[in-house]
Design a protein around this ligand. Structure first.
Ligand SMILES: [Fe+2]
Ligand SMILES: [Fe+2]
Length: 233
């Protein structure tokens, strides 16, 4: 069956939430330290970088959803749709990981790094969310700004012929409803649009928790995803 690719939503790859106040400053500083570590460790090995960082990116949504769920139970209050949004974010990031695992194979050392980082990051993010959910969402907003930048670099690398523009993995074609002949470049475009959406949603959540006005610019649209993420066999 002939399939036409759904249009990739427009992404502003340079959007940055201006730091204002201590909470933002902590979130931004923390993000920049991690960015420096990632740049040093991976340099331009974009496939490997994507795998390791997506194992981290899939954590905050689940932590935020869990703690919001528990808070709503305690307070017997409405979640205003936050729990589903955050769970969806976690699933979406896991699908990024499941896609890139077909592009690059993590080394044994990277697998060990993932194990260690997961323990530290899960506990640290959980603690941060308990202390300041606002700062936690701002951290994710800044992480996602960096993710958008990294995937823009990956696109440039592909366009420059430094990384091969291989066929899109089947799991990605199914999840993003891409055509049979889709390539890695098509996948990175939709992944980047996902990240831009998470970026804007998390900055908006942080604003709301901080009692600030909602960001003026609209949230970057989310690409279309398969409802049932399991591939038909
Ligand atoms: Fe991601
Ligand atoms: Fe993301």
């Amino acid at each position: 069956m002939e399939m036409t690719a759904p249009a990739v939503p427009e992404v502003d790859p340079r959007h940055h939430h201006k730091v204002s106040g201590i909470s933002d400053g902590i979130a931004f500083g923390f993000t920049k330290v991690l960015r420096f570590c990632a740049d040093t460790f991976f340099a331009r090995r974009y496939g490997h970088r994507a795998i390791v960082l997506e194992t981290v990116a899939a954590v905050p949504g689940m932590v935020g959803a869990t703690l919001t769920h528990l808070r709503c139970l305690r307070r017997m209050s409405d979640d205003e749709g936050w729990i589903r949004t955050l769970l969806e974010e976690a699933e979406n990031e896991r699908m990024h990981l499941m896609t890139f695992i077909h592009i690059a194979k993590p080394t044994l050392f990277e697998r060990l790094v993932i194990l260690g980082v997961q323990w530290v990051f899960y506990l640290a993010f959980f603690a941060l969310y308990l202390v300041s959910a606002r700062t936690a969402h701002r951290v994710v907003g800044y992480f996602e700004e960096e993710a958008v930048i990294s995937y823009t670099h990956y696109l440039r690398d592909l366009d420059g012929g430094n990384s091969p523009n291989v066929p899109a993995p089947a799991i990605a074609r199914h999840y993003w409803k891409l055509p049979e002949d889709a390539l890695l470049r098509d996948v990175i475009l939709v992944v980047r649009a996902d990240e831009a959406h998470h970026r804007d949603v998390n900055h908006a959540f942080a604003n709301q928790l901080g009692g600030l006005a909602a960001p003026e610019r609209p949230v970057s649209p989310y690409p279309e995803h398969a409802v049932d993420i399991r591939q038909p066999v």
